[in-house]
Ligand binder design. Structure first.
Ligand code: GUN
Ligand code: ZN
Length: 452
């Protein structure tokens, strides 16, 4: 057993729903078992003397927080981050497909996977929901690197079989799945090899509507249902309604389904359920292409226990739109924060919270400090349906945590030093912090990254 003394913050639910869901101890201890699980969180003064004397790591001036959960990110875009210009469609064509295609090279894919996970750890992120690339070998390389680091990662091979150059689309033909049958076989082999191995979890990952045939989405939905039915549930993830142009394309492409909305296309294919995670959702059917009985997307997402990833740095970088966080709160939809690197411009969830605050401000809404930290930890875990294991400090949970330094930079030190109370200090940390504020990252109770 080991105890970590510090300012401890964690959540049992959304503080916007009930302020008591935020647990903040200004002099606390996180106690971790030898197996790397959370034993308890307690005020320092109540820690048994034996632990206090012998097995303490002193982070008294720092914040101890559950490891960040990045609810949506692309490992295949580590070298596409900060590629300028264009809207989503342009940017994908000019920068992303060529960058992801390099992952055909297995040595490059192996190195990039390791570097990507090390960037996450340096940012204090211990779990992410990850799109890799269409190459199954690159997905295998990603899981191998995650397993080596004992990380709780949800990831999948990107599925795409439409929109190739041959049909006048933007995707290089050799970057598409050669057939739906081959794509299905790749998924099955990856699930057999990696799902449930250590802390790895597999997500069926169709890229999005515009690069999918109906046959591919139906295969993806069938797999998602099949593994759930046999008691070995896998995850599913994709992009949803990021731009109006994308919504128009999808409603046209899948008109044969007479979909109520873009989401309805995925739903009709069986992909929307618990453990499904949808990135963006900026143009759902209550604001765009509202059908006769319209505006049901949020209710459907809520009813299905699906998660949504709010990716502010990406949404601002591509000019895609403003995520309606207040609307999702009213609907009771599970929401996490995603970096969406490479459209996102930072691996840091602190910087992502900072941009989320501004996205809310642009809509006349306010994102309180505690709610930002909730979204970046427990909120993400809820979006991924992993809140029993990660994202908080409930006894028996996996002890992934990050230690954040309120005085990491001169500006942070000065601002947090003059703050009136702890919540004000937390707000300053969220607005001014980045990787420099991450003092250490712990995975299953083991220090795996340290800022030296
Ligand atoms: N939609 C389809 N693919 C992508 C991607 O790689 N990034 C983003 N932001 N949106 C997408
Ligand atoms: Zn994305």
């Amino acid at each position: 057993m080991k105890a970590y003394r510090g300012i401890v913050l964690h959540f049992t639910g959304d503080p916007a729903a009930d302020p008591a869901n935020a647990r903040l101890l200004d002099d606390g201890a996180l106690v971790v078992t030898d197996e790397g699980l959370v034993d308890r969180v307690t005020p320092w003064a109540e820690l048994p003397g034996r632990l206090r004397d012998e097995a303490v790591q002193d982070y008294r001036d720092d914040l101890i927080l559950p490891g960040f959960v990045d609810a949506h990110v692309h490992s295949g875009q580590i070298d596409a981050i900060a590629s300028p210009g264009g809207d989503l469609r342009d940017w994908l064509e000019r920068h992303v497909y060529p960058a992801e295609r390099r992952f055909a090279d297995e040595e490059y894919a192996r190195q990039a996977a390791g570097d990507f996970l090390d960037r996450l750890l340096a940012a204090g992120t211990t779990t992410a929901c990850v799109h890799t690339t269409t190459f199954a070998s690159s997905t295998g390389a990603f899981f191998a690197a995650a397993h080596e680091r004992d990380l709780r990662m949800v990831a999948g091979k990107v599925l795409m079989d439409a929109g190739g150059h041959a049909e006048g689309g933007p995707v290089p033909d050799d970057y598409l799945d050669p057939s739906v049958q081959q794509a299905e076989q790749d998924c099955r082999e990856l699930i057999d090899a990696w799902h449930g191995k250590g802390r790895c979890l597999y997500a069926i990952t169709p890229r999005f509507g515009p690069t999918s045939t109906l046959e591919l989405l139906r295969m993806a939905g069938r797999l998602f249902q099949e593994y759930a039915d046999r008691g070995q549930p896998v995850w599913a993830q994709s992009h949803l309604a990021e731009t109006k142009d994308e919504v128009d394309t999808v409603l046209e492409r899948f008109a044969a389904l007479t979909p109520r909305s873009y989401l309805d296309v995925y739903d009709k294919c069986g992909l929307v359920g618990p453990r499904s995670v949808w990135a963006h959702c900026l143009w759902p059917d209550d604001v765009y292409r509202t059908s006769a009985g319209g505006g049901q997307d949020w209710q459907v997402l809520k009813a299905r226990q699906a998660g949504v990833a709010f990716c502010p740095t990406s949404n601002l970088f591509l000019g895609s739109g403003l995520f309606p966080l207040e609307r999702t709160r009213r609907a009771g939809v599970r929401v996490g924060l995603g970096t969406d690197v490479g459209a996102g411009t930072s691996f840091s969830m602190l910087e992502t919270m900072n941009e989320a605050y501004k996205v809310m401000a642009l809509q006349g809404d306010h994102l309180p400090a505690l709610r930002g930290f909730y979204l970046a930890t427990r909120g993400g875990a809820e979006a991924l349906c992993l809140e029993d294991r990660i994202g908080g400090f409930q006894p028996g949970g996996e002890a992934d945590f990050v230690v954040l330094d309120f005085a990491a930079t001169p500006v942070l030190e000065r601002r947090t030093g003059t703050a009136g109370d702890l919540v004000e200090r937390l707000f300053a940390l969220a607005m001014l912090g980045d990787e420099r504020a991450v003092k250490a990252t712990y995975v299953m109770g083991r220090r795996t990254w340290e800022n030296t």
